[in-house]
Design a protein around this ligand. Structure first.
Ligand code: ZN
Length: 262
């Protein structure tokens, strides 16, 4: 083990890396318990962050799904309104026909009282005019009735589409709730494991790490890249920083983004 570690140190120093050794392996050979623990802590914090974001997004996801249902609900209402409008038009036409018939009945009564033929014929003409209006109105009703059939079929189509969408929405909502439950359970487990690990670390170091993690809401512990850049901000690091970070004699920070380097 000792020999292997020393051999890796030499390989790193002279950058002679055999093809079957990944740089991760080299890094592992250097890793101190502190960095190792901080990396596990960071991994847990990133998972907590991911879970919390997913939980926070749930109301938005549900609202988006519900709004899809809203469109279908609106389509049903609109189709029903059109149908109602056409049925109301028929009712109005029927009432008009009834009032025309009443008019004809009145004309007939008056006709009985008339004394001469001229007045009788004039009244007959009036009655003919009203009768013609009734026929026109009846034709109009037939026309509307055809559009009523189309409107009824529209309502049916919209209602069926709404029901299908409602079913799929219900399934999606159930799936989201199941996922939310799973996340809450996992979140609780990760938080417990995180607290346990944090209690094993130096309080000052944890406070420093926590402060940085709260600010970045992302990785604060990053590897020095093979080309000597910071794994967080990708800026070129001074050679001594790379050296110290890789040696892990102490926790070194990137001078550009402040992240801890290893
Ligand atoms: Zn950086």
């Amino acid at each position: 083990m000792q020999t292997s570690s020393m051999a890796l140190t030499c390989l790193a120093r002279y950058a002679i890396v055999p093809s079957d050794f990944s740089n991760d392996r080299l890094r592992e050979a250097y890793m101190t318990p502190l960095i190792e623990k901080l990396l596990i802590l960071q991994d847990r914090d990133l998972r907590i962050l991911k879970f919390e974001k997913e939980l926070a997004d749930i109301p938005l996801r549900k609202a988006a799904i519900d709004s899809m249902l809203d469109d279908h609900r609106q389509a049903v209402l609109k189709a029903k309104e059109i149908l109602k409008g056409r049925q109301a038009e028929i009712k109005k036409a029927e009432l008009e026909i009834e009032s025309f018939r009443e008019k004809i009945r009145k004309y007939r009564d008056q006709q009985m009282q008339l004394k001469n033929n001229q007045e009788f014929r004039a009244m007959e003409k009036e009655i003919e005019g009203v009768t013609k209006s009734i026929r026109q109105m009846e034709d109009r009703i037939l026309e509307i009735m055809e559009t009523v059939e189309a409107a009824q079929s529209d309502v049916k189509v919209c209602e069926e589409s709404f029901k299908a969408e409602e079913n799929s929405v219900k399934h999606e909502i159930v799936a989201i709730d199941v996922r939310a439950n799973d996340i809450n359970t996992e979140l609780e487990d990760v938080k417990k494991a995180r607290a346990l690990l944090a209690s094993e670390l130096d309080a000052t170091r944890i406070a420093q790490y926590d402060r940085m993690f709260r600010n970045k809401k992302d990785k604060v512990l990053v590897a020095v890249e093979d080309n000597g850049t910071c794994g967080g901000c990708h800026m070129k690091l001074p050679p001594y920083i790379c050296h110290d970070a890789r040696k892990q004699l102490e926790v070194v920070a990137c001078g550009y983004c402040g992240r801890m380097l290893y």
